[in-house]
Design a protein around this ligand. Structure first.
Ligand SMILES: Cc1cc2nc3c(=O)[nH]c(=O)nc-3n(C[C@H](O)[C@H](O)[C@H](O)COP(=O)(O)OP(=O)(O)OC[C@H]3O[C@@H](n4cnc5c(N)ncnc54)[C@H](O)[C@@H]3O)c2cc1C
Length: 493
């Protein structure tokens, strides 16, 4: 079959609506031979793959060649005599389809899951997509089959990385090591999750629950400044009694209608001309605590318990990863900066002020006093170290806590100021790393020291992609690749 360039009629736009571009060439290959053909055709250009377009950073962008890998969605399941289950899945397969196929043929499941199942497997691992209480999905990849260039001949070829530093690099390569054709990983036996939502007033109390609830995640409600903790742990107890099953069903309906839909509709109304900064703060201080269902223990299948319908309303997110040793201090800075931005406080505590003035950012914070009321709970998850070169919890001996900052309002100018202040201060003071696939207001100069293997990663990419075909402005700005290599386009057809 001949590979055709079918330019999209409208610009390609991501989920958040903040990234939009028109490539010169657009391909949707159906075979590996076609992938190699397009790589050879554009060996001096710039190629990026698009998947579900759920990333908020400009990681996906290319003005030259875009490749849609959605035809590569086959799932092959292998069961060993010992009872292990290994899955090989096409890079363009969406997580929901992958889960459905695994569940229809086995009683196994994915080793971890983020909040939604809309991403593709290759897109998810390329930016280190994660949930809470485990490493990211990238960590679990045993083998990657990738189309890229031969360093000797410059010709396109297919490579399989099963071990060594190449595998660790490819597990989370931000699209820089070539086109992922398929990945192979081991599944784990299907499990249930027991969940109870509890309120706590201090972070110390929340963290003390972790040994008992290793999968827990929590939110800090702005302006109330209390924590609501989704205390979660694995259980083999299936809800078998009719009462247990009804409870689970009712809770799931409450999550969908009450949280995923009504909470977000209310928020949208408060952010429209119907609301104001005061009503947003009143909502979090007075109303939200009374409508969160607390103290009810429910058991559900892991897939249902760990995910939500966060994709229903357009939004944008920045997520910072804080090493566990710094989470108390970082959270204090976040809480007081959020109050100051909202104008509900005039100053920050002395220790926060002294940290900020040490890096020259106290004055900047004071300038923003009263300029932005953050309107979404601050979400915290715990991610364990990954065996990768550059995912956000790579080369670490301690877990990281992530803090997510979501915005549902547009224009986003004030949110961007808030996010930039937090990104700069948390990175400089507390070694925060930012999610590669989310709003990313930092440059390589500010983050290089946080990723000791970044230079090794770049050298591996230079070997597998000597002409820098898979690099773009994001990889230049953030990952520090040679700028000259990223400004090429394919020759005219
Ligand atoms: C509603 C929502 C919820 C989210 N929840 C979470 C969460 O819980 N946890 C979390 O960590 N993240 C979360 N994210 C972020 C999301 O998981 C990442 O941005 C992920 O990278 C998106 O995958 P995608 O399939 O949409 O890929 P895209 O956004 O299309 O692409 C992302 C990157 O992957 C590369 N890529 C994709 N396919 C290939 C391939 N075949 N070969 C080589 N490179 C490829 C692209 O070039 C690009 O660099 C969420 C995003 C949204 C919108």
């Amino acid at each position: 079959m001949v590979l055709t360039n079918s330019q999209p009629e409208t610009p390609i736009t991501n989920f958040g609506g903040n990234i939009s571009f028109v490539p010169k060439y657009f391909y949707k290959p159906q075979t590996e031979a076609q992938v190699l053909e397009l790589l050879n055709q554009h060996a001096t250009g710039n190629i990026r793959v698009i998947a579900s377009l759920h990333a908020w950073s400009d990681v996906v962008e290319s003005e030259d060649v875009i490749v849609d890998m959605s035809h590569f969605d086959k799932v092959a399941i292998a069961k060993s005599e010992a009872g292990d289950v290994q899955v090989t899945v096409g890079g363009g397969c969406v997580l929901q389809k992958l889960l459905d196929t695994i569940h229809s043929q086995t009683n196994f499941t994915l080793p971890t899951l983020g909040a939604v199942k809309e991403q593709t497997i290759a897109g998810a691992i390329s930016t280190g997509t994660h949930g809470s209480g485990k490493p990211s999905l990238s960590h679990y990849m045993d083998e990657l089959r990738v189309a890229t260039y031969d360093p000797e001949t410059g010709k396109a070829g297919i490579y399989e990385w099963k071990n060594g530093v190449e595998l660790r690099a490819a597990r989370c390569a931000v699209g820089c090591m070539g086109i992922i054709l398929s990945v192979t990983f081991r599944c784990i036996p299907q499990y249930y999750v027991e969940e109870t939502v509890c309120r706590y007033e201090t972070l110390e109390e929340v963290l003390a629950q972790e040994p008992e609830f290793p999968l827990q995640q929590f939110m800090l409600v702005p302006y109330l400044w209390s924590y609501f903790v989704y205390q979660r742990r694995e259980t083999l107890k299936k809800p078998i009694t009719p009462v247990g099953r009804v409870n689970t069903q009712l809770y799931q309906t409450y999550q969908l209608i009450g949280v995923d839909i009504l909470f977000h509709l209310t928020l949208k109304a408060l952010l429209s001309s119907l609301g104001s900064s005061e009503t947003v703060r009143w909502f979090y201080k007075k109303l939200l605590p009374s409508i969160i269902v607390q103290g009810k223990t429910v058991v559900n299948e892991s897939e249902n318990a760990l995910t939500m319908k966060h994709q229903l309303f357009k939004h944008l997110e920045m997520e910072v990863f804080i090493p566990a040793r710094n989470i108390l201090k970082a959270t204090k800075l976040v809480q007081h900066s959020t109050s100051l931005f909202a104008g509900t406080s005039e100053t920050v505590p002395d220790d926060v002020a002294s940290d900020l003035s040490r890096i020259g950012l106290l004055e900047m914070l004071m300038k923003h006093r009263g300029s932005y009321t953050h309107h979404y709970p601050l979400f915290f998850r715990r991610v364990l170290p990954d065996d990768t070169l550059i995912s956000m919890t790579s080369s670490s001996t301690e877990p990281y806590y992530t803090i997510s900052f979501f915005t549902y309002s547009e224009p986003r100018t004030q949110f961007y100021e808030f996010a930039k202040f937090l990104a700069h201060s948390l990175t400089q003071l507390y070694d925060a790393r930012l999610h590669w696939g989310k709003y990313y207001p930092l440059t390589n100069r500010e983050i290089e020291h946080l990723y000791p293997p970044l230079e090794e990663f770049r050298q591996i990419c230079k070997k597998t992609d000597p002409n820098g075909v898979f690099r773009n402005d994001y990889t230049k700005r953030v990952l520090g690749f040679d700028p000259i290599l990223t400004q090429k386009v394919s020759p005219a057809p």
